[in-house]
Design a protein around this ligand. Structure first.
Ligand code: C2E
Ligand code: MG
Ligand code: MG
Ligand code: MG
Length: 274
């Protein structure tokens, strides 16, 4: 009868549920080990400025699991965000990016790298300390770093957010609002926070060529950016048709497969002029 069926189903659901929990737990442990063993990799994806030739790129993390192969950052970042592991991930990434900037500067190359910071990390009481320790220990010039924050940091207390950002701003760090338009959005924060840049999310670019609503949305982001004096990066640009439209609406910095995919950092360095 239906009661039995219900029970059977709940048994199945329960074992699947435990399986998922166990998988997630194992993946979390493996990630911890990967951080310790330096098994994560720094990839870089070019950001193409319409006028300035200064090479810049976004740092994107990659993890090749010893048994499961490549695991998408969408999956393991979300997993890491369930614990303090995300702090270790962010710190690892920022450290690698800073070391690279310092090493390249020694051979005369002035580069700029954007690094993603999780909202969970940003709102941690030791966030500022973590950033400053990495800047000091690597000797990086913080003006070569942009920190990409998502709109989920705005769930935190506003004055605390301002203080943290201001403190880093005085050292020259740039700030970008990543995935702009997809999260908790209040435009007034753009005026109050020391933000330098917004990144238009990939989801708004996908239908740009045949969707007028997305076109006017992107156009209004450009207008907002202009009135707040912000740079605009558009991510996920894959076709020249998309680029043509974007250049009619404004002249954003372009990040996407059209120009370059994320590649291992050494490969990215190989593409630079000497
Ligand atoms: P995100 O910061 O919004 O990064 C942009 C994502 O779009 C990247 O995915 C990039 O590979 C992808 N992308 C760029 N251009 C194109 C394109 O033309 N077409 C398509 N289909 N995709 C494009 P990825 O590398 O898988 O990273 C996913 C997300 O994981 C990132 O989104 C970011 O939120 C997070 N993430 C990556 N690395 C780190 C990290 O070091 N720390 C933290 N906290 N998060 C990270
Ligand atoms: Mg990003
Ligand atoms: Mg983004
Ligand atoms: Mg995005």
């Amino acid at each position: 009868n239906s009661k039995d069926l219900g029970n059977n189903q709940s048994v199945i659901y329960r074992s699947e549920f435990y399986q998922q929990i166990t998988d997630a737990f194992e993946l979390q442990k493996d990630l911890e080990v990967a951080i310790e063993n330096n098994d994560l990799e720094l990839y870089l994806q070019s950001q193409i400025h319409p006028h300035e030739p200064l090479p810049r790129a976004e740092a994107l993390i990659r993890w090749q699991h010893p048994k499961r192969g490549w695991i998408s950052p969408e999956i393991f970042i979300a997993l890491a965000e369930e614990s303090n592991l995300i702090i270790e991930v962010d710190k690892w990434m920022l450290t690698e990016a800073c070391k690279l900037l310092v090493q390249q500067r020694k051979i005369g190359r002035q580069l700029h790298i954007s690094v993603n910071i999780s909202g969970q990390h940003f709102s941690h009481p030791n966030f500022l300390e973590h950033m400053l320790i990495i800047f000091a220990s690597t000797g990086v010039d913080p003006r070569q770093i942009t920190l990409e924050l998502t709109e989920n940091i705005f769930l935190d207390d506003f004055d605390t957010i301002i203080d943290k950002m201001q403190e880093l701003k005085t050292r020259g760090v740039r700030f970008s609002i990543d995935d702009f338009g997809t999260g908790y959005s209040s435009l007034s924060y753009l005026k109050r926070l020391p933000v330098d840049e917004v990144k238009v999310d990939r989801s708004f670019v996908q239908k740009l060529t045949d969707n007028e609503e997305d076109q006017s949305l992107v156009k209004s982001v450009f207008e907002i950016a202009q009135s707040f004096n912000l740079e605009v990066v558009v991510e996920g640009v894959e076709t020249s048709e998309q680029e043509v439209i974007l250049n009619q609406l404004g002249e954003p910095i372009i990040q996407g497969y059209l120009y370059a995919r994320p590649v291992p950092y050494r490969k990215w360095l190989d593409t630079l002029p000497n």
